[in-house]
Design a protein around this ligand. Sequence first.
Ligand code: ADP
Length: 265
Amino acid sequence: IRVTFTPISRRDKTTAGTIAVLQDVTEQEKLEQSRREFVANVSHELRTPLTTIKSYAEALEDGAMQERELGERFVGVIRNETERMIRLVTDLLHLSRLDSSQSAVRRQATNIQEMLEEVADRFSFQLRQKAIRATVEAEPDLPPIRLDRDQIDQVLDNLVSNAIKYTMDGGRIAIRARRPDPASVAIAVQDTGIGIPQKDLNRIFERFYRVDKARSRNMGGTGLGLSIAREIIKAHGGTVTLESEWNEGTTVTFTLPALQEGDGA
Ligand code: ADP
């Protein structure tokens, strides 16, 4: 709390009293604090791959290039790290557009079942690679929902790619859609993966927060997928929740309004 005192003087210059203004600056300070943390995180996240790239390039210069197999492996590492940096910068730009509300939500009526089947198709190669069985179950007679297809596809891609990343070979993923009440549709991505420990659950949507940084990095993660998903769903007027049991699996559920202005409801 910031306190400012202003004396009140009478005409004869004697003091009649003092006005004290108490200003609550905690919110402001919290914002400033989280902005500082964010910049520190971004710098760190970019520095890590850059350091790796530098040292592998040096190793190549120092002779690794002469051995064909070693050389190829090192070039592969450099390419992977570069790709991760590109993903990171793309995610950051995306987030900053969502933050400044520059990305308008361009809604079009969308068939939910078709949309979910298409997500599963997009990941069929990765699913097969890990022998994960994915099912799509949509309640019959779901109404078409007006949504920004590109943005919701991004949400679904983030959730399904997480489900694949954090599920062991041979696991299962279910993508479900239902209408919990007339005003909304709920879409859930459920996996039988490693789960999230209880203590991390309430921080998991924070930017760059990960249960296991090394694991996420190895999987090519940026730590921004869930934050982006949450921003997009918020912009659509929906909510996101996550339930998880360590070693059992995770379910992320988001809702979208089923009735929009002008629907007469
Ligand atoms: P990342 O790029 O690291 O996957 P996200 O923002 O998408 O970033 O997720 C943040 C963290 O949440 C992950 O690093 C992981 O620890 C945890 N997480 C997200 N989805 C799952 C899931 N389906 N199962 C287990 N852990 C998950």
